[in-house]
Design a protein around this ligand. Structure first.
Ligand code: SIN
Length: 339
């Protein structure tokens, strides 16, 4: 059977336009539909080889505005297409700004069995589609090469000829075309002249953190988890303000991720406030604001659980998914208990 690659568009700079073709910063993101972007790529037919192409616009936004509602829509469409026997892989075009969060989120919620068999490849661009020298078309061709590779599994990101895992990928530069990095883990591979050169196997797909069912996820409420940073002169004031009873139209805060200094250290007043938050029932996780490495467990840094190497933004997603699971388990116990 002819296998298909499905492109799902979500917006971003890759779909952005500026009035001046020399302008690579003063553009509006998310203006061109994914079908039109695909139609403008020279050499796409050749890159697809024996694969057919399908595309669908899921949302059309600047990825700074990505939220739970858009994530639900995207996860549902990705899972729908991955589950089709005639689909080999799914490629998602996405803004660079929150690509690492969406990649990690998808890796945590999509059906693990499907991710053990097929790949979801996120790609992006640093220059708008209207640029006289855009990077989007090459990134999309590279994403096609990765999606067609038999070794590609799970959720991956492809930018500037480099393949990253969903867990490690991080945007590290606001302007450079090669804006992403995988830190100490390093990239999984490279795309060179349409050929994929893997340097590491794709990470094994583990058990999901959450029991969230993708088809039903839009009926679930995303728990509010905020990120707090430690810095010179930090105090516990923000945490204490967040713990106060929220306004009627505001969801209560359920969890906090602290982006600590160095090995996850926090100012003594901030630590006090985080302990007060724990005592009120909020879940607190400690990450590091350092761009590389992870919090090394130590008795000196006390009782705040660490983020297991996840960056603050990814620790926030994991904590929110854990809170969803806890709430679902608690509801199950409540229904099962005798009256
Ligand atoms: C966005 O993230 O949607 C805009 C910025 C980009 O894609 O580079």
């Amino acid at each position: 059977m002819l296998k298909k690659l499905v492109f799902l568009g979500t917006g971003g700079t890759i779909a952005g336009t500026a009035t001046d073709t020399a302008d690579n910063v003063g553009y509006t993101a998310a203006q061109v539909g994914v079908e039109r972007l695909l139609g403008a790529i020279p050499g796409l037919r050749h890159a697809l080889g024996d694969c057919a192409l399908e595309s669908e616009q899921v949302v059309q936004i600047d990825s700074k505005d990505m939220g739970w509602r858009q994530w639900c829509a995207l996860a549902q469409r990705v899972q729908h297409h991955l589950a089709r026997s005639d689909v080999a892989a799914v490629v998602v075009t996405h803004g660079t700004d929150t690509l690492e969060e969406t990649a990690f989120f998808l890796s945590q919620v999509l059906d693990g069995q499907l991710l053990r068999e097929k790949a979801v490849v996120l790609t992006c661009a640093m220059r708008p589609a209207s640029s006289s020298v855009p990077d989007g078309p090459q990134n999309m061709l590279d994403a096609v090469a990765v999606a067609r590779s038999e070794s590609a599994l799970g959720v991956l990101a492809v930018c500037a000829g480099t393949i990253h895992s969903a867990r490690d990928v991080q945007k590290v530069h606001p302007y450079r075309l090669n804006a992403f990095d995988s830190g100490e883990a390093g990239p999984l591979g490279f795309v060179e002249e349409g050929r994929v050169r893997w340097v590491h196997p794709c990470p094994a797909v583990g058990a999901p953190v959450s029991s969230l069912s993708v088809p039903r996820m839009s009926s679930v409420e995303w728990p509010r988890v905020e990120i707090i940073m430690n810095y010179v002169g930090a105090t516990g004031a923000t945490v204490r303000a967040l713990c106060r009873v929220p306004a009627a139209d505001e969801p209560p805060v359920r969890g906090l991720v602290v982006a600590g200094t160095g090995n996850g250290t926090v100012h003594e007043d901030l630590l006090l406030a985080l302990r007060e938050a724990q005592a009120l029932g909020l879940a607190v996780v400690r990450a590091t604001r350092c761009a590389q490495g992870c919090v090394v467990p130590s008795s000196a840094i006390g009782e705040l659980p660490d983020s297991q190497g996840l960056s603050p933004v990814k620790a926030r997603i994991e904590l929110a998914l854990e809170l969803i699971k806890k709430a679902a388990d608690a509801a199950l116990v409540k229904t099962a208990s005798p009256v």
